[in-house]
Design a protein around this ligand. Structure first.
Ligand code: PLP
Length: 380
């Protein structure tokens, strides 16, 4: 059930929906949907014609697929075309489709601490899974040496990682891409937080020399970096033969993506606008990451956060569990995500993530800082 467990409990205790004005949605993974300091404005409208009221193409409208391909070519030097892009209704449906179509005799390698819904999808699809250690012992920083060596393995990895913010980049990412480009190996790099990286956007596509010779899947979305979670637009970049499969999936299971949303997101991907958005997102969220790190550490919390994403991944003091902490926070219309929901083996409070918590500063305005820390101090 993931984050919804926390949202339902929050509604029960506070009679409010987390994210409503006056609540403190530290459990939630959405960004600000307003203009950031130095960032581009977000358009208020789009024009719709009779053609836009027709069914969309199964793999996405050509101008959007081209805008996505152009984005990766221009900003990451990727050697891809629009034929390597399939559009989905947000980030998760693309991830779901990859795991749905995975051959039955393949296993999934996944870090022990990862994005909550991966666990649910893997369980629902009954995928055999092997865990890559990511826990307090290695400070949630596994290396390629920790990965399984067996063939017929698909790596599923968020990078930057949700919840830890740890980001594999440069030579380490090159090695990981090379490893999973070999025959019998495959990888899904989920880059939902691509813009939220100290030192600039990171993509595995920068390190792929010929995507057609790989089973690599790079997932992106307009959800976080382009600040439009409500548009429900995401995409997968992969070899053409995989994109054809996704086209079939779309036509049988999804019916394409809202044309209005695709039109909206196509405008957001204009090169100069993206360059400005990347800078503004990185500057604002790096500063928030640092401010909250200072404040949380002053409260005596141990942080394990990397340099990406918009979460702090922390250990609660004195045996306090995430759920017990939430019962206190909910009295103040606040909540965090209990760490046990990021445990890919779901070992509950007794497991290595029982005392961990994910604090989200994604939806927070810079002005909420003092009040946020005051609530946290009271509850600790
Ligand atoms: C790691 C990761 N991947 C993918 C997504 C996809 O988001 P959506 O399906 O809302 O576009 C999210 C959103 O929280 C995420 O954290």
């Amino acid at each position: 059930m993931g984050v919804y467990e926390t949202l339902f409990r929050f509604a029960e205790v506070s009679h409010k929906y987390m994210g409503d004005p006056g609540t403190h949605p530290w459990a939630q993974g959405f960004p600000l949907t307003t203009q950031l300091p130095g960032g581009p404005p977000l358009p208020d409208s789009i024009a719709i014609t009779a053609a836009d009221r027709m069914y969309p193409k199964a793999d996405g409208q050509p101008p959007l697929r081209e805008a996505i391909a152009d984005y990766y070519r221009h900003f990451h030097g990727a050697k891809i075309t629009a034929d390597n892009v399939a559009v989905f209704a947000g980030g998760r449906p693309g991830i779901f489709a990859i795991l749905l179509f995975l051959l039955e005799d393949w296993q999934v390698a996944i870090e022990e601490t990862e994005y909550t819904p991966y666990w649910d999808i893997l369980k629902l699809l009954r995928r055999p899974t092997v865990l890559i250690p990511s826990n307090p012992q290695n400070r949630f920083r596994p290396t390629l040496a920790d990965h399984p060596t067996a063939k017929q393995t698909l790596l599923v990895k968020s990078n930057p990682c949700n919840p830890t913010g740890v980001t594999v980049k440069a030579a380490d990412l090159q090695r990981m891409v090379d490893h999973y480009s070999q025959p019998g190996r495959a990888a899904l790099f989920d880059e939902a937080y691509e813009f939220f990286c100290d030192g600039g956007a990171v993509s595995a596509l920068r390190h792929v020399s010929d995507i057609e010779r790989t089973d690599l899947f790079i997932s992106g979305a307009a959800t976080k970096g382009l600040q439009v979670p409500g548009m429900r637009v995401g995409w997968i970049v992969a070899a053409k033969r995989h994109i054809e499969l996704f086209r079939n999936y779309s036509s049988l299971g999804m019916g394409g993506i809202s044309r209005a949303s695709q039109l909206y997101v196509t405008q957001l991907l204009q090169r100069e606008r993206v360059a400005q958005a990347q800078q503004a997102v990185a500057a604002f969220y790096s500063s928030q990451r640092k401010r909250y790190a200072d404040g949380l550490q002053k409260l005596g919390l141990e942080l394990f956060t990397g340099d990406g994403g918009f979460y702090h991944w922390l250990k609660l003091p004195k045996g306090l569990t995430g759920d017990a902490f939430n019962e206190r926070l909910m009295q103040h219309d606040a909540a965090i995500l209990p760490g046990r929901l990021c445990d890919m083996a779901r070992r509950g409070d007794a497991g290595p993530m029982g005392q961990m918590a994910r604090f989200s500063f994604g939806p927070l305005l810079a002005s909420s800082y003092d009040n946020d820390l005051a609530i946290l101090a009271k509850c600790l």
